[in-house]
Write a protein that binds this ligand. Structure first.
Ligand SMILES: [Zn+2]
Length: 244
């Protein structure tokens, strides 16, 4: 969203400035919060500003909570630069420079190489974005290579067959198991401590038999994790697929 004639900024107590932008296609009032860019509200073309402002007032607590979460996440992200020693399972990240104006990514021979322009600053959001994207491709390759096979091994070991497995980039869930036992695994499992990614795989396998989180589910999962199911589940809360 670019500031323009359509944007009006209004100051709210406890929230600070909120930018209102009218959109021809907007059907409802929508609030979005982006790190470093503040609070934006899109509203339909002819909706009175007062109505949108009232909506913001009503959502004040949510906005404050949500913004804090987003900014914490943003602050927890890795800052990538030439001096950072960053390693995925099979790849080492290398950031180097060339005289062209483009950002180039090559992944091969155990290396994720991101080549940025001579003049570029690593703190530039475009550079950070390109590196994150490259790392993500590396993780996806590794996830697709290892996770399905690992799931199969555990499935055989515990005699819990599943119908199929897919690897996805999900923002919130580490894994899921459908009604008909199709298991989906988050590619970000590949960067978790091994005991936690294993826990998620076992958790989803357990759902092939127990479709909810009632006691029978936890009993079975405890048998598979040496009685540590709940503890592992809590430990997993310290990680988010979005934060890396
Ligand atoms: Zn579950």
């Amino acid at each position: 969203m670019d500031p323009g004639e359509n944007v009006q900024s209004v100051e709210f107590s406890e929230i600070g400035p909120v930018s209102f932008v009218r959109k021809r296609m907007a059907r409802n009032i929508r609030i979005s919060i982006k790190p470093g860019k503040g609070v934006w509200v899109t509203l339909p073309l002819f909706l009175p500003l007062a109505t949108a402002a009232r909506f913001v007032e009503e959502k004040r607590d949510w906005i404050i909570r949500h913004r804090l979460r987003i900014e914490n996440r943003h602050a927890d992200r890795t800052f990538f630069d030439e001096n950072l020693n960053f390693q995925t399972l099979d790849h080492k990240l290398v950031i180097d420079r060339h005289q062209a104006k483009t950002i180039k990514t090559i992944i091969r021979n155990g290396e994720i190489r991101v080549t940025i322009p001579d003049f570029a600053k690593t703190e530039d959001e475009r550079v950070q974005h390109a590196v994150r994207k490259a790392v993500l491709i590396g993780w996806r390759m590794e996830a697709e290579r290892y996770l399905p096979e690992w799931l199969k091994t555990l499935s055989d070991l515990h005699a819990l067959p599943f119908a199929s497995v897919s690897v996805r980039n999900n923002k919130t869930r580490w894994g899921s198991c459908s009604r008909d036992n199709r298991i989906s695994l988050n590619l970000h499992l590949i960067r978790l401590p091994r005991h936690l990614s294993e826990y998620v795989l076992l958790h989803e396998l357990c759902h092939t038999v127990h479709k909810n989180h009632q006691q029978a589910f936890w009993n079975r999962l405890n048998e598979m994790t040496g009685g540590n199911a709940k503890k592992l589940d809590k430990e997993l809360d310290h990680y988010s697929p979005e934060v890396f």
